[in-house]
Structures are given as structure tokens and as C-alpha cells.
Design a protein around this ligand. Structure first.
Ligand code: SAH
Length: 467
């Protein structure tokens, strides 16, 4: 069977996606950090590449989603499973790793939302994909100054696929040992709170009002890619074959004649599959797209968005007739448009091909905020706010004032300068920087006041936020 193959266009990606995680890479590079020290110490995982090649040779091309899932969370050699990818020595840096201010602001948001919801007396904190737990560490520290809020937290539940990062989270948050339980792992944080780890959100108990944080989690969830051909929607799959030599989309450094060795590459299936029938038919946004249009969709993300919305709606009681709790999603992606061709790989703070050495680079894709919003609104009785740009949201929550206080506490000019740089890095909007590219979206119970950061204001005691 003839398949239309296409290699990964790394050059185009490099220019269009510069402002994302790679921005950090450029900054580090411009600060003179030697490229070699930025490289991950992990050896290329030949094994996963061989396994995936064998699967494709046996059963045919696999979906981009299946490829992504294997590369990121394959239990033996997935990217996140055996390594800690964060920081200068790793592959990328995230906002909470840049400054404590980020976690402090997220903590303030939770408190303002809790106040707006008339202070539920028992709450659970849930974080999806906590990385090294920098965000949670700073949030918990900030909560210590807000005793009425802090004393309502009954426990913390983390959803983490990686045993390595689970260990890092435990050592960043706890002094007590981690115990294996029937359904996950548990410990006690330094602040005396019970904490539990799960590998899937579905396993997290649903009995308590939850404040849920997902920072750079959705971008790691697998996506499917589709192309609208003259014969209908077809899925773009990952093949393992000799790419066609005439393609204008060769990788940088790859000669047109190629080396005639099989490689992973993208291919459009010439026939429909259940996915290509169902996915692009699922929304009017896709149905109206012209021939040659491409889309990325992430049913796994929709599933998580649905779960978050349901958790909020389900916490209904006479006191909270429209539900209680909130979810805060911070990630990168377009506010309205459908993501197209956004699969990317980052290793050692540089873009690399997602198809070289599977399992050794961080794969991610833009988050489709509009899709998450429609799922949440359809599936749960929630109000969806945003997405708004990270810079605007952080400013509305008072990061400017916090940066001033922190800078004033510094005793050296270098310290003051560092705080100023961290602040600018988080809020900067020009040139497609983090303050603009990263977006913030919140799900709250229907009919509660508009949250702070999305146009609302702080609701004081006895004031139900009538605007
Ligand atoms: N929120 C952190 C880390 C972001 S990186 C920060 O901003 O610093 C993505 C995180 O999600 C990692 O902790 C990774 O191990 C986790 N992760 C990725 N895919 C996952 C999945 N399918 N299920 C659970 N956790 C996942």
C-alpha cells in the first residue's frame, strides 16, 4: 500500500515556536551557559525507538497520540519516567522554577476564590503533573499566612505518572517517609498535611471540595493529528519507513537524497479509521474547515477537562447549590484557534525532532483552550473564565507589588536585579514571551462571582461580590 509520507519540518517549527519553553533556552544560551552543560545526561534510548519501530513494522503506522504517550510515559523508557527534566541541567524550566512569586500568586488566587465561594470548610488541593513540586511548595508556604484558609485543607492529592518525579516531589514537600497504599503512595507534608500520589486523576477521591491546579500538564497529553483530504478527514500517523526523497520538508542537515535508512516520519493514512470518523466530526469548529486543513485534537485532554468540571459541579449542597471548588489551568496554546502542527520536542533547552531518539526529549503540543472550555461547559455546571494571558493574570493578582516587596528585601544589587529579571520573565509580553504565550483559564461553579484575574474582584466577608 502506498502511503503519502512527510518528514518533520523542524525549521518551520523552530521559528514559529520560539517563544515557548525554548525562550528559556535562548536566554540561558545568551547568558553564556555552555551548550554541553545544558544537555541531558541520559543516554539515547535506542530501546524505545526499536520497540516502536517493531510495533509499526508489525501493525502499521501508529497515531501521533500513541507515539507521544509511549515517548513520554512508557513505563520502562518514557521521557518522564526515569528522569528529572527540570532546570538548567535538564531540558527546560517552568514558571514555578523561575520564581517563588508564581506559586505565591497561584496561592492567592485559590484563597480569593475560596472567599468568593463563601469559604468551604473542608477542601482538598489537587495538582496534576507537579514536576518537582516547586509550585506546590511555594503555595503551601504562602498559605501559612492565611490561617482560616490553611486550616480548611484536609489533604493534598497529586497526579503524577513518573516515579522519579514522585520521589522528587516527596523530598521537596515531606520529611516523613513515603508509604505505599493500595491505590497509590502517601506521606505527610512538612506542614502536617496528609498527601497522596496517584497516577491518574480518575483514582483521586471525589468526596471533598477540590481546588485543582494544572500547570503545564495539558500540553503533555497526547494529541491526534488529522488532515481534511478530498476524500474526507484522514489521520496523520507516525510511520517507520524510508521517507520520500523528493519531499521539500526534509529535516535540517538532511540531504535530499536521504540515507535510505528507515526513520520515524509522519504519514497521512489513505483510508478512514474510527478516529478520523469520530474526532473531526465531534465539533462544528472542525466540520467547516476546507480541504487541506489540518487539526490537532486531544480526547485525553477533553476527558480531564470533563472530570474537573464534574468534580466542581458534584460538590453541591444546600450551602453550595451550584457546586464548589475550582480548577486553574495554566499552559500554552492559542486562545481561540485550533492548534495545527504544534507537536514539538525539547532536549537540553533546544528544539529537536520529535522523531529522533524517542523517549529522550520532552514532547508537547499546544493546548486547545476553546476545546477544554466547551467540554467543561457541556459536561458540568461550571463557568469557564479566560483564557487570559499569563502576564495580565499575574498583574491582576498583584505580582508587581509582590516583586517590589521581594526586591526591597534583597540586600545586594545582584539580588534586586535577580528579582526584577524573574518578574519580567514571567510577565513579559513582547516578542511572544511567557507573559503572552502562556494562558490562564479557570473553571468555577456556575453562578459564582467572576474570579480575580479574569475581571472579578476580591469578595470580602459578608460581600457576595455583587458587581
Ligand atoms: N507542573 C510542573 C511540571 C510540568 S511538566 C511545572 O510546571 O513545573 C509535566 C508534568 O506532568 C510532569 O510532572 C510529568 O511527569 C507529568 N505528566 C506528564 N504526563 C502525564 C500523565 N499522562 N499523567 C500524569 N502525569 C503526567
Amino acid at each position: 500500500m502506498m502511503l503519502r509520507t512527510r518528514t518533520f519540518n523542524c525549521l518551520r517549527r523552530e521559528s514559529s515556536l520560539l517563544p515557548l519553553r525554548s525562550l528559556v533556552a535562548r536566554r540561558l544560551a545568551s547568558q553564556g551557559t555552555p551548550a554541553t552543560s545544558l544537555r541531558s545526561s541520559r543516554q539515547p534510548s535506542k530501546e524505545l525507538g526499536d520497540v516502536l519501530a517493531d510495533v509499526i513494522k508489525t501493525t502499521g503506522p501508529i497515531s501521533v497520540a500513541a507515539y507521544m504517550r509511549q515517548c513520554l510515559t512508557n513505563p520502562d523508557s518514557g521521557y518522564y519516567i526515569n528522569k528529572d527534566p527540570f532546570g538548567v541541567e535538564g531540558d527546560f524550566i517552568t514558571s514555578p522554577e523561575i520564581s517563588q512569586m508564581f506559586g505565591e500568586v497561584v496561592a492567592i488566587w485559590c484563597i480569593t476564590e475560596w472567599m468568593a465561594q463563601r469559604r468551604p470548610q473542608q477542601i482538598r488541593l489537587i495538582e496534576l503533573g507537579p514536576g518537582r513540586a516547586a509550585l506546590l511548595r511555594d503555595m503551601l508556604k504562602a498559605f501559612q499566612s492565611f490561617v482560616p484558609f490553611k486550616s480548611t485543607i484536609v489533604d493534598i492529592c497529586l497526579v503524577e505518572a513518573s516515579p522519579t518525579l514522585r520521589t522528587a516531589q516527596h523530598s521537596n514537600l515531606c520529611d516523613s517517609a513515603m508509604r505505599e497504599t493500595g491505590d497509590g503512595f502517601s506521606s505527610i507534608t512538612r506542614y502536617g498535611l496528609p498527601i497522596k500520589w496517584y497516577t491518574n486523576l480518575k483514582e483521586v477521591p471525589r468526596d471533598v471540595t477540590s481546588f485543582i491546579i494544572a500547570h503545564e500538564f495539558f500540553d503533555a497529553l497526547p494529541i491526534h493529528q488529522f488532515e481534511h483530504t478530498q476524500h474526507g478527514w484522514r489521520e496523520i500517523m507516525v510511520d517507520y519507513s524510508i521517507p520520500e526523497g523528493k519531499t521539500p520538508l526534509s529535516l535540517p542537515g538532511q540531504t535530499r537524497s536521504l540515507d535510505h535508512k528507515p526513520k520515524f516520519n509522519l504519514t497521512v493514512l489513505p483510508y478512514y479509521t474510527p478516529s478520523s470518523k469520530v474526532g473531526p466530526e465531534s465539533s462544528s469548529r472542525y466540520k467547516k474547515l476546507p480541504v487541506n486543513a489540518k487539526i490537532e485534537i486531544s480526547p485525553e485532554s477533553w476527558d480531564v477537562a470533563k472530570d474537573l468540571a464534574l468534580r466542581i459541579s458534584e460538590q453541591r449542597s444546600p450551602e453550595f447549590p451550584t457546586g464548589s471548588g475550582a480548577a486553574l489551568v495554566i499552559d500554552y496554546g492559542p486562545a481561540e484557534t485550533i492548534p495545527v502542527d504544534t507537536l514539538r520536542a525539547i532536549k537540553g533547552h533546544h528544539f529537536v525532532s520529535p522523531f529522533e531518539e524517542p523517549g529522550t526529549a520532552d514532547l508537547s503540543a499546544d493546548v486547545d483552550f476553546t476545546a477544554l472550555k466547551s467540554v467543561a461547559e457541556r459536561e458540568g455546571h461550571v463557568a469557564v473564565h479566560g483564557p487570559v494571558e499569563q502576564g495580565d493574570w499575574l498583574h491582576a493578582l498583584g505580582i508587581g507589588a509582590r516583586a517590589t516587596v521581594l526586591a526591597n528585601q534583597q540586600t545586594t544589587p545582584e539580588g534586586k536585579d535577580r528579582v526584577a529579571k524573574e518578574y519580567h520573565r514571567l510577565v513579559e509580553r513582547s516578542g511572544g514571551a511567557m507573559g503572552k504565550i502562556y494562558k490562564v483559564m479557570a473553571f468555577t461553579p456556575g453562578e459564582t462571582p467572576t474570579p480575580v484575574g479574569f475581571g472579578g474582584r476580591v469578595v470580602e466577608d459578608d460581600d457576595q461580590g455583587i458587581e
